[in-house]
Design a protein around this ligand. Structure first.
Ligand code: MBD
Ligand code: FE
Length: 284
């Protein structure tokens, strides 16, 4: 936490934490998997499209210098993970999905933290005693492509709280809050109790937020649960689940929604919302 100890997460705070987390967590996007030939080919193509945009839009010197200043600020604010995951990752995910059969995936985003508490197949995510938000039960089964249950599959789940803030990135939230690794039973089944998250707003006080505001875009993602579902011998699925009727579902700034990823929770007799969702994993 910074010396100012603000209660709402500042762009600088959450951005810097996301950059530290990414560095500490190099298995997601390890540079070992990148060949020099690919660097030449892809960077050439990216530069070509930048040059084309400059020509097409008659970009001026003041505009070029403003862009340079903004790029420097994105780095200084630690917002590269935020910016790239919001504006670029969805296309990388779409390309990866072309070779995948199982459940639909979505982007990882900047707020995953590995090594969370392992929980039994029927479990409540760690939450504050006065955790706000509508109680939600999320249950289902993990199966293989042939419909066989995958015993002991892991559901690594994390989501924002009822204010749209993530533990580990916003100040004042206990470590590990609304995060956990739920281990499915011998039938691949799980039942997770948590609270409904709120939509996520990109911090408005950083360079990414200022860009969005200047361009007249909206800085919002619909409310979502993040999951990585994994089991030995299977290709992990990184995904997100959204809520039917939720705000920003049709205008996600990160373009990471898919129709297959929308839950329709129903109120149970006990008043809690309940939603069922099954996952299918490809063999490796
Ligand atoms: C998020 O919560 C998120 O999931 C993504 C992809 C980007 C920014 C914030
Ligand atoms: Fe998120």
């Amino acid at each position: 936490m910074t010396t100012t100890d603000k209660v709402s997460p500042t762009a600088a705070g959450s951005g810097a934490s996301a950059t530290e987390t990414f560095r500490a967590n190099q298995q997601h996007g390890a540079p070992e998997g990148v060949s020099p030939e690919r660097v030449g080919t892809v960077v050439r193509a990216v530069l070509d499209s930048v040059h084309e945009a400059i020509r097409a839009h008659r970009v001026t010197y003041p505009e070029f210098q403003a862009a340079k200043k903004w790029l420097i600020e994105v780095g200084e604010g630690g917002e590269w993970p935020l910016f790239l995951d919001v504006f670029v990752e969805h296309v990388v995910e779409q390309v990866a999905a072309e070779t995948q059969q199982g459940s639909k995936g979505s982007i990882l985003g900047p707020y995953y933290l590995p090594g969370q508490q392992r929980l039994p197949s029927v479990a409540a995510l760690p939450a504050r005693p006065d955790e706000k938000g509508a109680p939600l039960v999320f249950a289902g089964q993990v199966r293989d492509i042939d419909g066989r249950p995958i015993a002991g599959a892991e559901l690594d789940i994390w989501h924002a709280d009822a204010q749209g803030y993530y533990s580990g990135f916003a100040p004042g939230i206990p470590e590990g809050n609304l995060r956990g690794v739920v281990v499915a039973d011998d039938q691949g089944r799980f039942e997770i109790s948590t609270v409904q998250p709120a939509p996520y707003q990109i911090p408005t006080d950083g360079p990414t937020g200022r860009l969005i505001e200047t361009a007249g875009w909206r800085p919002w993602r619909p409310a979502h649960l993040h999951l990585i579902v994994r089991a030995p011998g299977y290709r992990p699925v990184t995904t997100q689940l959204y809520f039917e009727g939720g705000e920003w579902l049709d205008s996600d700034v990160a373009n990471a929604t898919k129709p297959e990823l929308v839950l329709s929770p129903k109120a149970q007799p006990d008043g809690r919302l309940r939603s069922e969702y099954d996952f299918v994993l490809d063999r490796t």
